[in-house]
Write a protein that binds this ligand. Structure first.
Ligand SMILES: Cc1cc2nc3c(=O)[nH]c(=O)nc-3n(C[C@H](O)[C@H](O)[C@H](O)COP(=O)(O)O)c2cc1C
Length: 142
């Protein structure tokens, strides 16, 4: 079943750009082979990741991701069946927006911190799809 998972996590230390690029290169190659797409957003030490693919492949990947020591507090916001991929074109898109950009995507006031935004997402499940759609639009503009 085609499924989407969205989660947030906290980087365990300040990841160097080279580390992130390594992680991403590895993820792209594996995701391509597993038919998984999505986007990885890194902002102020917080990861937001959206993954789309077959349910079993996603479960296997999430098990690995949850055990990865490069981050902690892996919190799944959404796991749902989808009819169609939003991220069909991206094995793993990567963005490092500022917190202000993320607030704008979420339709919130500038100046909102990423922590406040995550708290909002936890209490308002509608927020994440909104951010997700804005990310797809931002990517499509590139
Ligand atoms: C924030 C974050 C996102 C990740 N995203 C992916 C991903 O999309 N695809 C992937 O294969 N690995 C991803 N990884 C890496 C996995 O956690 C894991 O290191 C990788 O799948 C290799 O696992 P293995 O050596 O046990 O096979 C991610 C790691 C982190 C910290």
């Amino acid at each position: 079943m085609l499924t989407r998972i969205a989660y947030s996590s906290q980087a365990t230390r300040d990841l160097a750009l080279a580390d992130l690029q390594g992680l991403l290169a590895e993820a792209r190659e594996r995701n391509g082979a597993a038919g998984i797409g999505g986007a990885l957003v890194y902002v102020d030490g917080v990861f937001l990741q959206i993954l789309e693919g077959e349910s079993a492949a996603l479960s296997a990947l999430m098990d690995k991701i949850a055990r990865d020591t490069r981050h902690r507090e892996v919190t799944v916001f959404e796991r749902s069946a989808i009819d169609k991929r939003a991220f069909a074109a991206w094995h793993m898109a990567y963005l490092t927006p500022g917190a202000e950009q993320v607030s704008a995507w979420a339709g919130l006031d500038a100046g909102v911190t990423i922590e406040a935004l995550l708290a909002d997402m936890r209490s308002n499940p509608q927020l994440l799809p909104r951010v997700l759609i804005s990310i797809v639009e931002a990517l499509a503009d590139d």
